[in-house]
Design a protein around this ligand. Structure first.
Ligand code: HAM
Length: 440
């Protein structure tokens, strides 16, 4: 017997119906924000992912050599492919680029609740716009797409951090430029490891002794707790970074907060300098949406990555975006009783009264399908009882009966399967009758 591989899911029709409802809301919300859908390849040259995303992703790649001897990998995320696709057209592309994608990603991670090896992600990114207006737009889309699923500020919050502010802070504390990314990725682990382990990770990143590391770690611990902009400003007092630079960044924070208020999502956003993000390419505001009920898992994460396109060798292009996973979102919907499915059951079941009526029944079925009704019928000869039972079992709303008598008279009988009421409807009027009945 064969089993599904660890971390992979087999989607039965009922699972697809649930998943497609989520995808549908994501797609509708993205389109309502003026985003266009794109679709990158699932398999890429491995370097696309090993170059700029950082150590964590590198260790999780589903990589292998293909038959042509190329080293390739299933995509662990979509951002590098997006950067390449936009980079290839950077010369002539209309800006801002507002693109979204829904697709499966693959990471060879330790499987746990909410973390799989194959998971879907909804990605939405804006490229070509450096101002906080773009950050506000993607954050509003992230929040709106969760709200479209029925979730509210009781169920999730968005924690907003800032790698640019961290870079200024670390510079102010004397951390050399070339150690910045390593120290930031160490800070990303602060909430996840013990105090001793954290000291050790920072020490390694900094390449410094115990006392210097200890001093930095205690300053980091103070800084990370701050959530008030004015307090943040004071943490820079007496340092080397010019006040103007810090002031300009704090102004960005104020601007962003105002924009998010105006976009109607302010209540979801909490400043939190503990959010630095694991991926190495982020350069500015970074954010994660967390559920505030149950286990507090991450639903989505993203941020600004202004140098990725340029680092791939294309014309520089500022960028900001997020990825939202289907696993934790579906778990949360279930936890709070909001699971819904896309309605895919046939609306009409055509009951065929004798095999001689089958050709006419098929013609009728084909007309109804052309008009976009969902229609099903028996594939073999069956008595009426069996056909009606099947109509109910698949959740059809009506059974349309077509037999010799009906054919001779040019009409059908339509039985409402909920209340068993029956109408005689002429074949020409059937479509209009069904539209009215289904409220279409
Ligand atoms: P990420 O934080 O690695 O960011 O992933 C974003 C979301 O994808 C997570 O919050 C989580 O919901 C989901 N996710 C990640 N890994 C797994 C997994 N193993 N199993 C289930 N769900 C998972 C990125 O991927 C960035 N590329 C997002 C981005 C787009 N940044 C800018 N644009």
């Amino acid at each position: 017997m064969f089993k599904t591989l660890p971390g992979f899911r087999a989607f039965y029709p009922e699972d697809c119906a649930r998943r497609n409802l989520i995808f549908g809301e994501w797609r509708k919300t993205a389109e309502s924000f003026g985003f266009l859908e794109f679709d990158p390849p699932v398999l890429e040259q491995i370097e696309l992912f090993t170059e700029k995303s950082g150590e964590e992703i590198r260790s999780q790649l589903f990589g292998f050599f293909d038959k042509g001897g190329r080293e390739v990998s299933l995509r662990p995320e979509m951002t590098p492919s997006l950067a390449r696709m936009v980079g290839e057209r950077a010369g002539g592309i209309r800006r801002p680029v507002k693109w979204f994608a829904i697709g499966e990603n693959y990471r060879y991670e330790r499987q746990q609740k909410g973390r799989l090896r194959a998971f879907f992600q909804f990605n939405a990114d804006i490229l070509g716009e450096p101002s906080v207006n773009a950050d506000a737009e993607v954050i509003a889309l992230l929040i709106s797409s969760l709200r479209a699923l029925g979730l509210t500020s009781e169920h999730f919050k968005l924690r907003l951090g800032d790698r640019k502010l961290w870079a200024l802070f670390l510079e102010n504390e004397g951390v050399p430029e070339d150690k910045m990314t390593a120290v930031l990725s160490a800070i990303d682990k602060l909430e996840k490891v013990s105090e001793e382990a954290f000291l050790e990770i920072v020490g390694q990143a900094l390449g410094a002794g115990e006392s210097e590391t200890g001093r930095l770690v205690s300053r980091v611990r103070e800084f990370i707790k701050l959530s008030d902009i004015e307090e943040v400003g004071k943490a820079f007092d007496g340092g080397v970074v010019p006040r103007g630079e810090i002031g300009a960044r704090l102004d960005d924070w104020r601007k962003l907060a105002k924009l998010l208020e105006s976009l109607g999502v302010g209540e979801f956003v909490q400043p939190d300098l503990g959010i630095v993000r694991g991926l190495a390419y982020y350069t500015g505001f970074v954010f994660e949406a967390f559920q505030t009920v149950g286990k507090g898992r991450a639903l989505a994460g993203g941020g600004r990555y202004d140098s990725l396109v340029g680092k791939f060798g294309y014309q520089d292009m500022p960028a900001v975006g997020f990825g939202m996973g289907d696993v934790t979102v579906a778990d949360l919907l279930e936890l709070v009783g909001l699971t819904r499915s896309r309605d895919t059951a046939a609306q009409v079941y055509v009951v065929i009264g004798g095999e001689q009526a089958r050709p006419d029944a098929l013609r009728l079925i084909s007309c109804l399908r052309k008009s976009r009704f969902r229609v099903d019928y028996p594939l073999k000869q069956q008595n009426f009882g069996k056909q009606f039972a099947q109509a109910s079992a698949i959740g059809a709303r009506v059974a349309v009966v077509l037999g010799a008598d009906e054919l001779a008279g040019g009409y059908v009988k339509v039985k409402d399967l909920a209340d068993s009421s029956e109408d005689k409807v002429s074949i020409e009027c059937l479509e209009g009758y069904l539209r009215r009945k289904f409220g279409l």
